[in-house]
Design a protein. Sequence first.
Length: 225
Amino acid sequence: MTTAGSPEADFPDPWAGPAYGQAVRAGAGDLSLRDREGWSLPLDVRRWTGRAVAGDRSVVERCVGRVLDIGCGGGRLVEALASCGREVLGIDVSPSAVASTLLRGGAARSGSVFGPLPREGSWDTALLIDGNIGIGGAPRVLLRRIRGLVHGRGLLIVECVESDVDECRRVRMHAGQRPVGPFFSWATVGSPALVRYALTSGWTVAEQWTTSSTERHFVALRAHA
């Protein structure tokens, strides 16, 4: 258990804490999200901090204009977009994620999607990849927030679960079997639920696709008034 005076106790957001930061710097780590009932979600830090793969490239080729990568992690998408000549900014609450993105030559800054961000209302494309639709545990609130970040016909590309799942859990990050940091809300959203949330949050569905090699599922949403 995290106790007062431990490193994790100084970081109320576990994504900004030392366990996740160390994993990002190492490019690997035995991290997972777990609730009290035994549900567990492994965190694929190795893929997040690696180079862009086929599923990532399917996202990159659909991006237009200036891109905001929300929860940029190790910076692989920022790096891939910048190499294609896109103007892109990554944001992340993890200082290690921001540092990793900068080391790749990308632009990044520390911050939460719910805090003040540059160029609000003018981004052409926003990204929620690697399960980041789960941020905050309230998909509709998150989608409405991002609707305010893009312009009137802006694009949002979301990676989600293909199955019909719509769950919010109180989870805790674990390093191996050891809990690190406090409990926080996290959502797991499938494409049917995502579409339902989107239609009541200022979005229409532009496209859905699944990458055959990695079986990752994506939904592109278009902003509307």
